[in-house]
Write a protein that binds this ligand. Structure first.
Ligand SMILES: Cc1ncc(C[n+]2csc(CCOP(=O)(O)OP(=O)(O)O)c2C)c(N)n1
Ligand SMILES: [Mg+2]
Length: 365
């Protein structure tokens, strides 16, 4: 299982996508772009607190991969998570309200920008500890295998997570149990201000990391939504429902876990407070030439799938949805004080019996 694929084969999965589906992909990338612009603006206006990481530039990665999945396939990611949440189907209002700390947010405003969670759409977070989502992704994949479900879990991570112990432990466990999981490195070349070449061994040959665990390896152009889809569609279909003799089945199914290196680029700083001294304006401009939205627009226009007017109308609609999300978030209430004690433990007072509550939880201490 040490193959390398790049989606550049003769028959491409995206060839079978009709115009309506391609327009859906464009619509979603436009929504993420316009939503993120409003997010950044709201942060500057101090309506959003805490950390906030913008996904602009990387839209094709989430959209190309998530469009290749079934609705029930679990997805988990790091803190740069608004794009994945929207692509998975979270309502933009609930995503924005979460960042505003409002009760109408997907996590009742308790998580914020880095903790988008939507169980109904199988989006299992939003995780702030670099690499922390990898063992959780393994757990999600194990659960689907254990329950005999035909699913594939997609676990996104930044290139910074490649050097975390949790990532390697997760890769190892996924490999020995042949779990139905795809680890996806959203390789934007930077972990905060550190270039991948300075912080990661074998940065130019990430296949070695997959192959050292006996895993299938693929790479895609994360600035190109169709190439991303071309890689993910056949891969997800081959990994989905993988089983293992270690789990007691007689016949192993699927190809087991896989690892994808998705080359992408973030157009904005690491977070909202980043002077970006570590990269040149020329470098950013060079990648902006490969804007994933413009590329798909050109593709659609060249093939007469859409007119310039239709594209502009779609963009206007995306702007309006983003604006509506800000309005919804603004007008929503903050959580009440009683919310401090909910969703903390599955039992409201955790391991304590009423009467034995720690002093800060007593009504009359
Ligand atoms: C275990 C851990 N160490 C350090 C940090 C601080 N930190 C936050 S983001 C980040 C960079 C991660 O970069 P990458 O994984 O490439 O993701 P990107 O920001 O490019 O999406 C670091 C070091 C953290 N959150 N968790
Ligand atoms: Mg990175």
């Amino acid at each position: 299982m040490t193959t390398v694929t790049s989606g550049k084969s003769m028959t491409r999965a995206s060839d079978s996508l009709d115009a309506a589906k391609l327009l859906d992909m464009l619509r979603m990338m436009m929504l993420i772009r316009r939503f993120e612009e409003r997010t950044a603006q709201s942060f500057m206006q101090k309506q959003i607190g805490g950390f906030c990481h913008i996904y602009i530039g990387q839209e094709a990665t989430a959209v190309g991969s998530i469009f290749a999945l079934n609705p029930g396939d679990p997805v988990i990611t790091a803190y740069r998570d608004h794009g994945h949440a929207l692509a998975r189907g979270m309502h933009p209002n609930h995503c924005m309200a979460e960042m505003f700390g409002k009760i109408t947010g997907c996590a009742k405003g308790k998580g914020g920008s880095m903790h988008m969670f939507d169980r109904a759409h199988h989006m299992y977070g939003g995780h702030a500890i670099v690499g922390g989502q990898c063992p959780l992704g393994v757990g999600l994949a194990f659960a689907t295998m254990y329950l005999g479900e035909e699913k594939v879990t997609v676990c996104y991570l930044g290139d910074g997570a490649l050097n975390q112990g949790a990532f390697h432990e997760a890769m190892n466990l996924a490999a020995i149990w042949r779990l139905p999981i795809i680890f996806v490195v959203e390789n934007n070349s930077y972990s905060m201000g550190t270039h991948i070449a300075r912080g990661t061994s074998m940065a130019n040959d990430l296949a070695t990391k997959a192959h050292s665990y006996g895993m299938h390896y693929a790479e895609c152009d994360g600035m190109d939504v169709l190439n991303t889809y071309d890689v993910f569609k056949p891969l997800a279909d081959s990994v989905r429902g993988s089983t293992s003799k270690a789990m007691g089945v007689k016949e192993e199914k699927g190809i087991g876990p896989a690892f994808v290196n998705c080359k992408t680029y973030r157009f904005k700083g690491h977070s909202m407070s980043d002077p970006q001294k570590y990269r040149s304006k020329d470098e950013v401009a060079q990648f902006e030439q490969k804007d994933p939205i413009n590329s798909l627009v050109n593709h659609l226009i060249e093939r007469n799938h859409a007119t310039q007017e239709q594209i502009e109308a779609m963009d206007e609609r995306a702007k309006q949805i983003a604006l509506d999300a800000v309005k919804f978030a603004n007008e929503s209430p903050f959580p009440g004080v009683e919310e401090l004690y909910t969703d903390v433990y599955s039992q409201p007072f955790g391991p304590y019996k009423v009467g034995e509550l720690p002093i800060m939880l007593r009504e009359n201490p």
